[in-house]
Design a protein around this ligand. Structure first.
Ligand code: AMP
Ligand code: GLY
Length: 407
């Protein structure tokens, strides 16, 4: 099978590696660090299956255009991708489907939004309605900061049009869980559970980012929790989408909070998580291309299986990430890290500068280590991290060391 992966980051590199075990893979646009990358647009590539990685082309209807041209596509159409394209719409669908989630209000004007904030006990959660690369969410203990953020978002100064509507949510407490699922329109199957570290700095300090690290499996999340989430959230959501005439074939990533009242949905993403995918796909056993092709055809028959070993992924980011990432620094030690056993260094944001690798994005490399358990995988990942450096390189030293578990 020839598979075309659309996207250019670490998630797409991880998809390409996992798919490449059983298929020929081409990645568009990819990046210079991902083998098989091409600048040819997906519409001009001849493939048996198209796997669309990021949310933006999905929201823009790339899957619809490819399907209209008779292609087999893993990824929702623009209709289903609205789950991520509009948080207010997602909350409507969740309510309609009866999925447990945080109480909320959606606003386009400052006054009613701030009045709603006042009714909540705090901490306060303010989100852009539209896409903001995982950075449009503020969670704060300061009412004043939340109110100022509402005004900044609604005025368009911080996130442009994505922020002209905000969603304000009740704060949920508990460890987070990322459950990446594969959907065929009617049924969702779950991949191995993962946990993501969203904050920039050690000890969960600093701003929210796209994700600074991840690990899988999650020791305290057993098959019972996964089954409950599929039954109470994913299946009702697919049913609600079907009722709206939406045939959802693609990845559906459930971001959950495991509260003392049970799992609650924080958000859906219409793609695999980044960096969760870099910890989950290295553990995938079997033919991933076949699983995704089955979903794209409308009937999943494969039961996904995972390596018993654990994977830990550490994100190496540039100075200034997430707000003002500095690029163009020369990366040292990559070749040394690449040859370490049980290590894969996924290229997220790299470019060639002469005969050297240079940084070309906020999140530059994703270092995944595998091991018999999370602690061993963690040690392997950090050993590889210590081989790599560039001026201003930033990473968390506590990925998978603090395991967020129910108290
Ligand atoms: P989102 O982009 O909606 O997943 O939000 C990004 C991150 O903000 C989540 O992974 C959580 O860590 C945090 N967050 C979002 N919504 C809430 C909420 N209602 N309560 C507590 N934390 C939240
Ligand atoms: N790691 C979080 C995300 O992909 O949105």
């Amino acid at each position: 099978m020839r598979v075309c992966v659309v996207g250019s980051g670490g998630r797409e590199h991880a998809l390409a590696v996992a798919l490449g075990r059983t298929a020929d893979v081409v990645v568009t646009p990819g990046n210079p660090g991902i083998p098989g990358s091409t600048s040819q647009p997906p519409e001009e590539i001849d493939a048996d299956l198209y796997v669309i990685g990021p949310e933006t082309p999905l929201v823009d209807g790339l899957a619809d255009r490819l399907r209209a041209a008779g292609k087999l596509v893993f990824g929702p159409g623009a209709d289903g991708a609205r789950l991520e394209g509009s948080k207010a719409w997602m909350k409507e669908v969740l309510e309609e489907a009866g999925v447990p989630t945080a109480g909320y209000g959606a606003f386009t004007d400052v006054e009613p939004a701030v009045a709603f904030l006042r009714t909540l006990p705090g901490p306060w959660v303010v989100k852009t309605d539209g896409l903001a690369a995982g950075k449009g969410v503020l969670v704060t203990d300061s009412f004043d900061e939340a109110a100022a953020d509402v005004a900044a978002k609604l005025s368009g100064t911080t996130f442009g049009d994505a922020g002209r509507r905000v969603v304000i949510e009740e704060w949920l407490d508990g460890p987070e869980l990322s459950l990446l699922c594969v959907c065929d329109g009617r049924r969702a199957v779950a991949l191995a559970p993962a946990q993501d570290f969203k904050r920039l700095s050690d000890g969960d300090a600093g701003p929210n980012t796209g994700g600074m690290g991840a690990y899988s499996p999650v020791p305290f999340v057993g098959p019972d929790v996964v089954a409950e989430v599929l039954e109470r959230a994913l299946q009702p959501t697919l049913a609600a989408l079907t009722a709206r005439g939406i045939d959802y074939r693609g990845a559906l990533y459930a971001g959950l909070m495991l509260t003392s009242d049970g799992p609650k949905m924080v958000e859906y993403n219409v793609r695999f998580g980044d960096p969760e995918a870099q910890a989950v796909f290295p553990r995938y056993k079997g033919d991933l291309a076949e699983l995704l092709a089955e979903a794209a055809r409308g009937r999943i028959e494969t039961d996904p299986q995972f390596d018993q070993r654990a994977a830990v992924t550490v994100v190496l980011a540039t100075e200034g990430y997430p707000l003002h990432p500095r690029t163009g620094d020369v990366i040292e030690g990559l070749e040394k890290a690449d040859i370490l056993p049980d290590v894969t260094v996924f290229r997220a944001g790299v470019a060639r500068g002469g005969d050297q690798w240079v940084t070309a994005g906020g999140r530059v490399l994703n270092v995944t280590g595998m091991g018999g358990d999370v602690a061993a995988a963690r040690a392997t990942a950090y050993e590889a991290v210590s081989a790599i450096s560039w001026p201003g390189m930033h990473y968390r030293t506590d990925i998978a060391a603090i395991v967020h578990s129910p108290s």
